[in-house]
Design a protein around this ligand. Structure first.
Ligand code: TYD
Length: 136
C-alpha cells in the first residue's frame, strides 16, 4: 500500500502500416480483474481532478490522448507521474491519495478499475485518509 507499489506498466502495442493498437488485459498487463472502465474528457486545462483515495479499489490510469500529471501520496511519501503516452499505464494500489492536474487540451484519462462504483470506498477528506494510514 505504498507509492513503491504504484508503477508505470507497459501495455501491449501492435503496430502495422494502419497504425497502432494498445492492449490491456486482466492478469497480463493489469494486475486485477477489470470490472469497470471510465474516462475523463473535455477536461479544462486548469482543472484539478481526483482529490481522494480508495480503501480497496485498484486502478490503472492511461493517457489515451494528451497528457496530465498524477500526484500520488501514501500518507508518508509523495511522487508525481506525467502520463503522456497511450501505451503506458499508471497502476495504483489501494490507500493512495491522488490528484490529477496539468491536463493538456483534448486529453483523455482512461481508468481501468477493479470494482463497481461505491462511494463508501472513497476517502474524500485527506485528514481522514491520513489518520487511517497512521492507525495501521
Ligand atoms: P470522482 O471519482 O470524484 O472523479 P475524479 O476522481 O475524476 O475527479 O467522481 C466524480 C463524480 O462522478 C462523483 O460524484 C462520483 C461520480 N462517479 C460515478 O457515479 N461513477 C463512477 O464510476 C465514477 C468514477 C464517478
Amino acid at each position: 500500500m505504498s507509492i513503491e507499489n504504484c508503477k508505470i506498466i507497459d501495455l501491449q502495442v501492435i503496430n502495422d502500416h494502419r497504425g497502432k493498437i494498445a492492449i490491456a488485459e486482466s492478469g497480463i498487463q493489469v494486475p486485477f480483474d477489470i470490472k469497470r472502465v471510465y474516462y475523463l474528457f473535455d477536461v479544462p486545462t486548469s482543472a484539478e481532478r481526483g482529490g481522494h483515495a480508495h480503501r480497496a479499489l485498484q486502478q490503472v490510469l492511461i493517457a489515451v490522448s494528451g497528457s496530465f500529471n498524477v500526484h500520488i501520496d501514501d500518507g508518508y511519501n509523495k511522487r508525481t507521474f506525467n502520463l503522456n503516452h497511450p501505451s503506458k499505464g499508471l497502476s495504483l494500489c489501494p490507500m493512495i491519495w491522488r490528484e490529477l492536474d496539468g491536463f493538456s487540451g483534448g486529453s483523455v484519462c482512461l481508468a481501468l478499475v477493479s470494482d463497481h462504483y461505491n462511494e463508501n470506498d472513497y476517502y474524500r477528506n485527506y485528514e481522514d485518509f491520513k489518520m487511517d494510514i497512521r492507525a495501521r
